[in-house]
Design a protein around this ligand. Structure first.
Ligand SMILES: Cc1cc2nc3c(=O)[nH]c(=O)nc-3n(C[C@H](O)[C@H](O)[C@H](O)COP(=O)(O)O)c2cc1C
Length: 307
């Protein structure tokens, strides 16, 4: 997740070993080779067998619309030791779409097929390539074609954010359309359902509607970093305790983030984390965010958190 899921955040969230895979923020591919140092900046885990400290595999996420350049840059990531490549076909940002990247490719599923199969044929069928998609660009007419394109191109799995690009992040997520994708691809093709999984009960509802047991969680894990564990243990933990522990993790990020990324970047990221913590309904975090959003230093934020 761009602007939040940096290496330190991955380290913090995967610490309790209940997350099976994670990705980097997206690396934008145009018509150039990306220097190695950029890959290392997005994914310092490349130096550690492409795993976080707690040994969770990290996929390098690429975003772009030119199959040849995507493949050549994927090759660099592979040579640097990437566990695999995840392809971002879901980004709704106007600037990204205007430059022919992200969700705009969903208008023509053949382009998903071309990009994935080009990377597979360049890097070998054994190398992991997965796709992150939405239900479509401005309508859901192509859901089946999108799923088939991903499957037939040889993608190892597909993650589906259950909204169109036009729907952006507007609730509800339409998990029932993922079921349509599931029903139109072979049983052993792995599909991760995504969107609005905020709690164990939302997870159960999503499984029932999508028929996918596997899920990808974004904001839900930032608000509740113990959600993957709750899902795996099929048990909801005490909410006060979770909030306290989450605050400890936020403080941990604040302290280490300022050292690693510098004051400004750490400050912006912590504000983004706190903002996401206010979804989907208001909570104690909303009050903290209201206090924190105008702060200008990590020391001030720390005071808000103590307060
Ligand atoms: C701030 C932010 C940044 C995001 N950045 C990315 C990204 O870089 N790559 C990606 O595949 N999805 C990205 N997403 C989308 C999420 O991965 C996810 O599909 C979406 O938030 C819905 O799932 P959720 O309800 O579990 O958060 C981003 C979402 C947010 C809110």
């Amino acid at each position: 997740m761009e602007g939040v899921l940096d290496p330190l955040m991955r380290q913090i969230l995967t610490k309790n070993k209940h997350i099976d895979y994670c990705t980097t923020e997206f690396v934008r591919v145009t018509d150039k080779l990306i220097p190695k140092h950029v890959f290392y900046r997005y994914a310092p885990e490349l130096r550690e067998d492409s795993k976080t400290q707690s040994k969770t595999p990290v996929l390098v996420q690429l975003l772009g619309g030119k199959p040849d350049w995507m493949a050549e840059n994927a090759r660099i990531a592979k040579d640097l030791g990437a566990f695999g490549i995840d392809l971002n076909f879901g980004c709704p940002a106007k600037t990204v779409n205007r430059h022919d990247g992200g969700a705009t490719l969903l208008k023509d599923p053949q382009r998903l097929f071309d990009t994935i199969s080009k990377i597979k044929s360049t890097l070998g069928q054994d190398f992991h390539v997965s796709a992150k998609v939405r239900l479509g660009f401005d309508n859901k007419d192509l859901v089946t074609d999108i799923a088939i394109a991903c499957f037939e191109s040889g993608a190892n799995w597909m993650t589906v954010h259950a909204r169109t690009k036009e729907e952006a992040y507007k609730p509800p997520a339409h998990w029932e359309f993922i079921r349509k994708m599931k029903e139109n691809t072979p049983k052993d093709f792995c599909i991760f359902a995504n969107g609005d999984i905020w709690s164990l009960s939302k997870y159960r509802e999503c499984v029932e509607k999508s028929l996918c047991k596997d899920v990808m969680i974004g904001r839900g894990l930032l608000r509740n970093p113990f959600l993957a564990e709750e899902i795996k243990k099929n048990k909801e933990f005490d909410s006060k305790e979770k909030e306290e522990k989450t605050l400890t993790l936020i403080k941990d990020y604040l302290q280490k983030g300022a050292q690693i990324y510098g004051e400004t970047k750490a400050l912006n990221r912590i504000k983004q984390w706190l903002r996401i913590c206010t979804y989907p309904e208001h909570s104690r975090f909303s009050k903290i965010f209201e206090l924190a959003k105008r702060t200008r230093s990590t020391t001030e934020i720390r005071k808000c958190l103590e307060h």
